[in-house]
Each structure stands twice: as structure tokens, then as C-alpha cells.
Design a binder for this molecule. Structure first.
Ligand code: HEM
Length: 347
């Protein structure tokens, strides 16, 4: 009898561990719940990313200028030219969304250096994140879901989100007041989360990165936003690439002691040291359906030697949620549960 009780206890404790990992014990937020909520807000679009669903693949090179070698041993900063496979997109879960209505624009990059290391990053046009934690992101996503009774987000839920996550006010102010640019090409893209850079002398620095456009800023007025074609960013990109490559400078901002390095909703003071580490040049684009970026997960925790994650909880959550989104869309493609608009398959 005793051995049987022992086996029973082992089975029970293993079951409890699995239940905890899957988030069935209640209370703890899981990547699956977060992905389900994002999916509920974006609609059903099999084969597409659950967020930033509309976009195009882009390719080119990154040319380091050597300046970042004092901060990091990552080969990409020493190598003269690193190939880049990227994706330009808009925020939101619909692959058919009108591009002029999207407040957030995005750039994701995969750089593979000649030592076989990869640096993946997914950046947005906002200068800081809306919330400090995954719980804040989840609360915002839930508060944005339409109430079945009205078809609109529940104002009480939104007020509750604003009360519990007051840091979001700063982001809402940015969204309301920052000027809109009229192109992916003249938009800055910000990594927002802090990372650890490891230098050859053993020192460590916390760094945030941004890609600053070389193309001059041109505004997009509210009237132009109303009139723009649903695919106006893609059309503009094609027209600009036909004229020549597009460039962004990689700007590294180095934290000073005491700066918040685990909270992407808090910008650092303007006076922080900035290093221009090189230039990204994009010279081609391809449709995402069937294009080389379709089956890439731009997981922000795929980092080369010389760069590692900070303890920012948003970074860890992003990595886990992107994996869920990636698995779902790849499974839908593998089992043929998609339209040709997602896969690029010939009809
Ligand atoms: C907890 C916070 C976040 C969650 C849950 C989240 C969730 C997601 C999901 C589900 C995807 C689709 C992934 C795929 O299928 O490949 C995605 C894509 C993306 N996210 Fe996030 N995200 C978060 C924060 C951020 C932040 C802070 C940034 C940038 C500053 C960002 C930038 C992007 C970009 C650019 C993409 C598109 C990547 C691509 O082109 O494949 N996200 N996000």
C-alpha cells in the first residue's frame, strides 16, 4: 500500500507542476492567455501574425562603424557589412487594416553576422512602451476588447485600466500629440526595452537602441489620413525603393546609474550618452505572403554573444507570447487552414 501512495504522491506533484506551468492554477498570467486576448481583439486571420499582422518583408545590410565596439563584443559591430532580413509593419491584428489609421508603425530586423550569431529585434515608432509590465499589457488588451452589449470597449473597464496603470497616461499623450509621418522610410523605430551590452574589458552597460531615419520627416495631416489608400505605406515604400535605398542610423543610448532598466514605459533623460553605431540600408522589399520574413519569429530574446537580456519582465513575456503566435500561424499554414493572402500559394 505504501509504495502505491508514494507513486500517487509523485503523480499528483508532477500534475501540479504541469498545471502551474500551463497557468491552470489561477492567478498567474500565462503567454497563452495573453495570446488569446490579443487574438480576440484582432479577429480571426489564420496564418497571420496575431499582432502587427499587416506588413512587408524588406532586405538590405547593416554597416557598423566600429563605434559600438567599446560597449559590446557582438560581431555585428565589428563586421563591415552584415546581411539583414526585416519586416515593416503597422500595429494591429488585421492583415487588411487601412495603413493610414495605424498610430504605430514598426520595423523588425534579423541580422546574421559571419560568426553565425543572430540579432533579432522588433521595434516600434513610439518612444516608450505604454505599460511597465506584462500584467499592464494584458489589462490594456482586455479593456480594449469590444463589450458584446455595445460593440465598443467598456468605459468602466478602460477607467479601471487607467487607474491601475497610471504610467499609460504618458503614452496616450504621445499618441494624441506626436506628429504622424507620411512614410515608413522617415519614421524612427525604437527598441524601448533595455539590454545588457558586454564589452571586451568585461564591463557591462545597459543600452536601448533606436533606428533613426536619414529620410527627412514629412507630416501626414488628419485630412491626408482620411483620404489615403488602404495600402499607402506599401505604395510609398515601393516608390521610394525604386528611387534608391533607404537608410537609418543605429543610435545606442547608454543608461546612467539609477536609470530604470527594467521598465520600458520610463524614458531616460535626454542627456544620456548616445553612440551612432552604424547604418541600416534597405534596398528591396517583398510581399510577406510567401516572402522571406513570413516564417520568421522576430523574438526579441534572440541575441548575439555580446548582448544579453535585462530583467525587464516585458521582454520575457514578449518572447513567450511571440512563440505562441508563431506556433499558431505556422500550424495554420502547415494544415492548410489559410487563404492564399497569408501564404502566397498560387491559386
Ligand atoms: C507584453 C508586451 C507585448 C506583447 C504581448 C506583444 C505581442 C506581440 C505578438 C503576439 C506579435 C506577433 C508575433 C509573431 O507572430 O511573430 C508581436 C509582434 C511585434 N511586436 Fe510585440 N508585443 C509586446 C510588446 C512589444 C514592444 C515593447 C515592441 C516594440 C517596442 C513590440 C514590437 C513588435 C513588432 C515590431 C512586431 C512585429 C514583428 C514582425 O514583423 O514579425 N512589441 N507582438
Amino acid at each position: 500500500m505504501l509504495p502505491l501512495l508514494g507513486i500517487g504522491a509523485i503523480v499528483l506533484s508532477l500534475g501540479a507542476a504541469l498545471a502551474w506551468a500551463a497557468g491552470w492554477t489561477g492567478g498567474r498570467l500565462t503567454a497563452q492567455q495573453m495570446t488569446d486576448t490579443i487574438e480576440a481583439g484582432g479577429g480571426n486571420h489564420p496564418g497571420f501574425r496575431r499582432a502587427h499582422s499587416k506588413g512587408v518583408c524588406v532586405s538590405g545590410v547593416f554597416r557598423g562603424n566600429g563605434a559600438a565596439q567599446k560597449l559590446s563584443t557582438a560581431r555585428v559591430f565589428a563586421q563591415t557589412e552584415t546581411p539583414v532580413l526585416g519586416r515593416l509593419s503597422i500595429g494591429g491584428g488585421s492583415p487588411q487594416a487601412p495603413e493610414a489609421k495605424a498610430r504605430v508603425r514598426s520595423l523588425a530586423l534579423l541580422l546574421r553576422s559571419d560568426d553565425g550569431q543572430e540579432w533579432r529585434t522588433a521595434m516600434n515608432s513610439f518612444p516608450f512602451f505604454v505599460v511597465a509590465t506584462p500584467e499592464g499589457f494584458q489589462a490594456q488588451a482586455e479593456a480594449s476588447l469590444p463589450d458584446p452589449a455595445t460593440g465598443k470597449p467598456d468605459p468602466a473597464r478602460q477607467a479601471d485600466f487607467a487607474r491601475r496603470f497610471p504610467e499609460a497616461r504618458k503614452f496616450q499623450e504621445w499618441a494624441r500629440s506626436a506628429p504622424w509621418s507620411n512614410s515608413w522610410a522617415n519614421t524612427p523605430y525604437n527598441g524601448v526595452n533595455a539590454f545588457r551590452f558586454h564589452a571586451a574589458d568585461g564591463s557591462e552597460h545597459f543600452v536601448r537602441w533606436s533606428f533613426r531615419p536619414q529620410a527627412a520627416f514629412e507630416p501626414l495631416s488628419p485630412e491626408q489620413r482620411e483620404q489615403a489608400d488602404a495600402d499607402f505605406l506599401q505604395q510609398d515604400l515601393a516608390a521610394r525603393l525604386a528611387q534608391g535605398p533607404l537608410r537609418w542610423d543605429l543610435v545606442l543610448t547608454v543608461a546612467a546609474p539609477g536609470d530604470p532598466v527594467n521598465d520600458p514605459s520610463q524614458p531616460w533623460p535626454e542627456a544620456r550618452e548616445q553612440i551612432v553605431a552604424g547604418t541600416l540600408t534597405l534596398d528591396a522589399s517583398q510581399p510577406q505572403a510567401g516572402g522571406p520574413c513570413r516564417d520568421i519569429n522576430y523574438d526579441p530574446l534572440i541575441l548575439p554573444r555580446g548582448i544579453s537580456a535585462s530583467d525587464d519582465p516585458v521582454l520575457a513575456a514578449r518572447s513567450a507570447v511571440y512563440a505562441h503566435s508563431f506556433n499558431r500561424r505556422e500550424r495554420e499554414i502547415a494544415f492548410g487552414r489559410t487563404q492564399a493572402t497569408a501564404t502566397g500559394a498560387q491559386q
